[in-house]
Design a protein around this ligand. Structure first.
Ligand code: HOZ
Length: 424
């Protein structure tokens, strides 16, 4: 038995499914997950000492690669000063100032410990601010695992085929309205039907939890217009896109303003952090200024703050990184398109900046229904072929690939060469 196998066997005795987050279990792609021993730059090493080129980057935050030296050093220095105080630090204000300087439409920002908390809190703020209860989310979008969002979710829910989550009460789910991603007409109909009842529209401006799916022209702009007309708070879930697509995230690349924005792990360079922020008049609803209660001992944790501050400062002072990342990702996308075309394997590769995914289908993939219709069996085969070749892709067709800037063109060429050897 390999070290990976024996670690998984042992883990399953103590942890549900052997994992602390469902997608990691490789259930959809079958086989055993690999257990990571260490990571550096663009590479992961598993328990059997096999090295992989990593295309997950901890689901986004490792924009400059794993164990990035300035981040590691900053963490080491902070740890010696204590790991959690449950009291304010100057670092939290420095972080807020830095984020505000990088991102538009953030007047006030509150740190949380995860993207789930950030989205859950942003929704609560929208409800508290507007005095309305319902909200619209999109099929296949995923905003963390707070009850209200677990309706037609992407990510692990889509991967495991769980569309109705046990434990979410009907009463909670009743306030969650859903529409197809990229279908503005459905949103207009909901806005009309529930006029005066909708507090928020929450959207992944670039969807990354049903594979990578881009908004069609006019979709996000249309959401902005509906929100303005109907006094609805527009929330951009930028847990994946924030600081990854550009300094100012998807707000910047799409040229659309959100009212509230949520962030996740990238704010902590991969440490457990999230944040929600936005326009002053809305954020002033948050306690202790307003009556929307939200709290956390580990919110603004100094170790996470210094890690994130170090990463974001580097991105802020060197925006060339975004061009380099986009160039690498476009190169990979174009080469893979050629590889699959030569093999007569129909693919739709969606890409923007450093996010992309390979959907095995002849058509366009613009929403969850399109993603579900793709050839999942072929994805499984490709995933395992690549894994054997030392390329670590997301173990689900419903997850985006995230490129990091430690990846070299040699790494990309190895990835392309491995794909050339794939037989359907
Ligand atoms: N839900 C995460 C990706 N969309 C996966 C989390 C994890 O397994 O780490």
């Amino acid at each position: 038995m390999s070290a990976n196998e024996s670690l998984f066997t042992e883990a399953q005795k103590h942890i549900p499914g052997g994992v602390n987050s469902p997608v990691r279990a490789f259930k959809n792609v079958s086989g055993n997950p690999i257990f990571i021993k260490k990571a550096k730059g663009a590479y992961l090493t598993d328990a059997d000492d096999k090295e992989y080129i990593d295309f997950i980057a901890s689901w986004g935050p490792m924009i400059l690669g794993h164990a990035h030296e300035p981040v590691v050093k900053a963490i080491q220095e902070q740890v010696l000063l204590g790991t959690s105080y449950g009291a304010p630090t100057e670092l939290e204000t420095k972080m807020a100032v830095l984020i505000k300087s990088m991102v538009a439409n953030v007047d006030l920002i509150r740190m949380t410990s995860s993207g789930t908390e950030a989205c859950m809190s942003a929704l609560r703020v929208a409800r508290g601010y507007t005095g309305k209860n319902k909200f619209i989310k999109f099929d296949g979008c995923y905003h963390g695992h707070a009850d209200a969002f677990l309706v037609k979710g992407g990510s692990g829910m889509a991967t495991l085929g769980i569309q109705t989550v046990a434990g979410v009460s009907e009463a909670v789910a009743a306030d969650t309205l859903t529409a197809a991603y990229n279908n503005l007409e459905e949103v207009k109909q909901l806005a009309e039907k529930y006029r005066g009842e909708i507090a928020a529209i929450i959207v992944e401006p670039i969807a990354g939890n049903m594979g990578c799916i881009l908004p069609v022209r006019g979709f996000i702009e249309g959401l902005r217009k509906i929100c303005d007309e109907e006094n609805i708070v527009l929330i951009f879930d930028e847990v994946m896109t924030g600081f990854r697509l550009a300094k100012g995230g998807a707000q910047q690349t799409l040229h659309v303003n959100a009212d509230l924005v949520t962030y996740g792990k990238v704010i902590g360079a991969g440490l457990p952090v999230g944040a929600f922020g936005g326009k002053r008049h809305i954020m002033e609803s948050v306690a202790p200024l307003g009556k929307v209660y939200q709290a956390g001992t580990l919110s603004g944790n100094p170790v996470a703050m210094i890690a994130g501050y170090t990463l974001l400062s580097e991105l802020n002072s060197n925006p060339k990184i975004y061009d380099e990342l986009a160039a690498k990702t476009t190169y990979l996308k174009n080469e893979l398109e050629t590889v699959f075309a030569e093999k007569n394997i129909p693919v739709c590769i969606n890409q923007t900046g450093s996010m992309m995914s390979v959907h095995f289908t002849a058509g366009a993939v613009n929403n969850f229904e399109d993603a579900v219709a793709c050839d999942n069996d072929l994805f499984k085969k490709y995933f395992h072929h690549m894994l054997i070749a030392g390329i670590y892709l997301p173990p689900s067709p419903y997850e985006s690939w995230f490129l990091n800037n430690a990846l070299s063109y040699t790494d990309l060429d190895k990835t392309i060469a491995a794909s050339k050897n794939f037989t359907a």
